[in-house]
Design a protein around this ligand. Structure first.
Ligand SMILES: Nc1ncnc2c1ncn2[C@@H]1O[C@H](COP(=O)(O)OP(=O)(O)O)[C@@H](O)[C@H]1O
Ligand SMILES: [Mg+2]
Length: 495
């Protein structure tokens, strides 16, 4: 239609879709976005299938939610199906009316939605195929299933299934020749499962509101705060008022490593490890948007503050103030609460640092002994630095004294170790690894205990009391790093 004041300029279908593919969605974030839709549709179960199908892989994300009418389905396939300005209902995790489309085409050139609601008797289908849009140059929405046969799309009652076919982005492009192997494809499925366990942990944990399975295995919730652990510290929830709403802030300081067993500690570290997962955790309607960030208000991520994790519950009505991006992965706090977040961040970090250093402290405080290091730094006249094993460390001294006939040989061995410490390799390793917190004997507590028993029994022969010897050992490296083990040993000695 012509008008003198304006003309209607339709976007070209194919370039719009192609551009939307580059939003930066990963398979993990794409699928999380589809799960948001399932939750908004009141699903109790979400079934995810990664089907390798001899390399013609496809993925199904199916729920048992309320489903859609044919008319709503067509609207749902439209880019921008509901304006973000329309205030979302409580429980609605959507945002821009783009998620379904952008998340899907970021991974696949073709995707279909099959849905059935209480009014439909049989499922209805709509499908976008980028190849067809490219050839025709039109927004042609198909109403048939893909040519490729797909399983796992039957419903017991109501529900919706999203099917990704022609998964070029996900598994690689046949035209360039670089394609995923089946093993890699299944590793993506594992990674998706971990990501969902984190993102939706409040739904998956008790009381459970949602079950998600990936290739038949239930997704396990990952609670960032170990809130079931008696050693987790939390001062409680603070409400920051904002425009008649409240932003809820709940700081947590996680337990010291010595309170967790090795597996617990590893799992609590999270997908990206302890250092990366410190800071604020931003939730919108219980859905995790940000899994550990100081949000530009809490300073840097530091080894010593890694036990600090703070839950922030943001009401949907304040979405516009938080600058949530389409992928829901970026968020910036509104200026009016920056001060409060800084304050809470600082307090929590300080507390976390105390807990992090606690072990060294109790050992030092209880002991009348000075702290005895395992290694000493040595500087020569030209200021060259080297490291020497501390001959005055009781552990070392006991070994030397225990076998006078081998004293010279042991001394040679110590010199050999000192001279061949692979300093450069260690420096490179530390610089490139985030997780540099490995403590001596962390993985070998039995070896530590044996060393403790040996040193203890040797030192008793000098005539010192059991009490005195234990006191010395408690402040001696490496035992000072493991006060729990020293305490247990003390108990076994005294009983
Ligand atoms: N699994 C589903 N079950 C029922 N309805 C859905 C489902 N997925 C999407 N929809 C409908 O499609 C619409 C568009 O979804 P989407 O593109 O993700 O945008 P948004 O979630 O921001 O609204 C949703 O608002 C919803 O009405
Ligand atoms: Mg959505």
């Amino acid at each position: 239609m012509q008008h003198s004041e304006w003309e209607i300029v339709q976007p070209s279908a194919s370039p719009v879709f192609e551009a939307l593919r580059a939003f930066g969605y990963t398979p993990e974030t794409s699928i999380a976005d589809l799960v948001d839709n399932s939750i908004a549709a009141r699903a109790k179960n979400v079934y995810i299938a990664f089907v390798w199908n001899d390399g013609d892989a496809y993925i199904v994300i199916k729920d048992d939610g309320v489903g859609m009418s044919e008319k709503s389905l067509v609207d749902a396939m439209r880019l921008g199906s509901q304006s973000p300005a329309v205030e979302r209902q409580k429980g609605d995790l959507g945002r821009f009316g783009l998620g379904l489309k952008t998340a899907s085409i970021a991974q696949a050139r073709e995707f279909s939605v099959v849905t059935t609601n209480a009014a439909n008797r049989s499922p209805v289908v709509r499908r976008w195929d980028l190849d067809e849009i490219q050839q025709s140059g039109e927004w042609r929405l198909r109403s048939s299933l893909p040519n490729q046969a797909v399983d796992d799309i039957a419903f017991a009652e109501t529900g919706t299934a999203v099917v990704w076919t022609k998964c070029d982005r996900l598994i690689g492009d046949p035209t360039t020749g670089s394609r995923m192997t089946k093993a890699q494809f299944l590793r993506v499925a594992d990674s998706v499962s971990n990501h969902l366990g984190m993102t939706f942990h409040r739904f998956l944990g008790a009381p459970r509101r949602l079950r998600i399975s990936v290739n038949g295995s239930d997704v396990r919730p990952w609670d960032p705060f170990l809130s079931d652990n008696a050693s987790t510290y939390s001062p409680g929830t603070e409400a920051l008022p904002m425009q008649g709403q409240a932003i809820k802030v709940t700081p947590y300081v996680l337990p010291h490593k010595s309170k967790l067993d090795i597996d617990e500690h590893k799992r609590a570290g999270g997908i990206q490890g302890w250092n990366a997962h410190q800071g604020f955790y931003v939730y919108r309607e219980d859905r995790l948007l940000v899994s550990g960030s100081w949000l530009g208000v809490g300073g840097m991520k530091e080894e010593h503050s890694k036990l600090a994790r703070i839950a922030l519950d943001v009401p949907i009505a304040l979405d516009h103030m938080w600058q949530v991006d389409v992928r829901k992965s970026q968020i910036r706090p509104p200026a009016s609460i920056v001060r409060d977040l800084e304050r809470i961040g600082r307090t929590t970090k300080t507390k976390a640092q105390e807990v992090y250093r606690f072990r060294g402290k109790i050992a030092a405080a209880r002991s009348s002994q000075a702290f005895v290091f395992a290694w000493l730094q040595h500087k020569d006249r030209d200021m060259n630095i080297s490291y020497r094993i501390n001959r005055d460390n009781p552990v070392v001294r006991q070994v030397l004294d225990a076998s006078p006939e081998y004293k010279v040989q042991i001394e040679h061995l110590l010199r050999f170790v000192e001279e061949t410490v692979p300093m450069t390799q260690i420096a490179v390793h530390l610089a490139s690894s985030l997780e540099s917190s490995q403590q001596p004997f962390d993985e070998d507590t039995r070896g530590l205990r044996e060393l403790l028993e040996f040193s203890y029994s040797r030192m008793l022969t000098s005539g010192a009391s059991s009490e005195q010897v234990l006191d010395v050992l408690a402040s001696t490296e490496p035992f000072s790093l493991h006060p729990g083990i020293v305490a247990a040993f003390k108990e076994s000695v005294n009983s």
